[in-house]
Design a protein around this ligand. Structure first.
Ligand SMILES: *Cc1c(COP(=O)(O)O)cnc(C)c1O
Length: 234
């Protein structure tokens, strides 16, 4: 069932990439609020990268899972006081948006491990109350990351405003691509532009996403937050 959805989604991504004349993007399966069993099912179908929004949920899920070799991406907002745990649990953090968080992650990443892959989250539509750095801050924050040997600067992530007009979303993706190209020109390790979710991945791929983060189009709609815990307690 999930393996079927995965195959269909991969097909849709391949088509979108071919139509745009671009390489197939990396698929991050967003497993927030989904049970460990669903992750295991997708892993057995060949899916390798998984995205989680909450550090503690990811920790509990992984403790339940018997699937080594998966790649874990933190895609949700990260508080500095959870940075140390995140730096141990994850392979990628896509939501880095301030120097204080960079410092906390860099200090906590165990030096014996591969560097923690970092994407800078950009508030591309300048939305009030939305996380992410301003587009003008990208180069300075990138330099801050690049100076930390326990971190690897890999690129940018964005969640554009949910405009009903696809042309406005597409314009936001295009602005991200321009920021990404400028960043890649300055930093040879930068190779990842993470944008596009269930509702807009084709537009994002058309504008140059190299990584998409997809939840509902793969797993179906999400169980309500905390419903598992309530079910366990009750
Ligand atoms: C939940 C989430 C996604 C996946 O959203 P869907 O619409 O379910 O595909 C992608 N990125 C981030 C940052 C998310 O929080």
């Amino acid at each position: 069932m999930l393996s079927q959805r995965l195959a269909e989604l991969r097909n849709a991504l391949r088509k979108a990439a071919a139509a745009a004349g671009r390489p197939m993007p990396t698929l991050v399966a967003v497993s927030k609020f989904q049970p460990a069993a669903a992750v295991a099912e997708l892993a057995d179908a060949g899916q390798r990268a998984f995205g989680e929004n909450y550090v503690q949920e990811a920790q509990a899920k992984r403790a339940e899972l018997d699937r080594p070799g998966l790649e874990w991406h933190l895609i949700g907002h990260l508080q500095s006081n959870k940075a140390a745990l995140a730096a141990e649990l994850f392979d990628w953090v896509q939501s880095v948006d301030r120097t204080k968080l960079v410092d906390a992650l860099a200090a906590a990443r165990p030096p014996g491990r591969a560097p923690l892959n970092v994407l800078l989250q950009v508030n591309i539509d300048d939305e009030a109350g939305k996380h992410g750095c301003a587009p003008e801050q990208v180069q300075a924050l990138a330099a801050w990351v690049a100076a930390r040997p326990t971190l690897a600067l890999r690129g940018l992530m964005a969640i554009p405003a949910p405009h009903a007009d696809p042309a406005l979303r597409r314009a936001a993706f295009a602005r991200m691509k321009a920021l990404f190209d400028a960043l890649a020109a300055a930093h040879p390790g930068v190779d990842t532009l993470s944008m596009g979710m269930s509702g807009d991945f084709a537009l994002a791929v058309a504008e140059g996403a190299t990584m998409v983060r997809i939840g509902t189009a793969l797993f179906g709609s999400r169980p309500a937050p905390g419903s598992r815990d309530r079910a366990k307690a009750g």
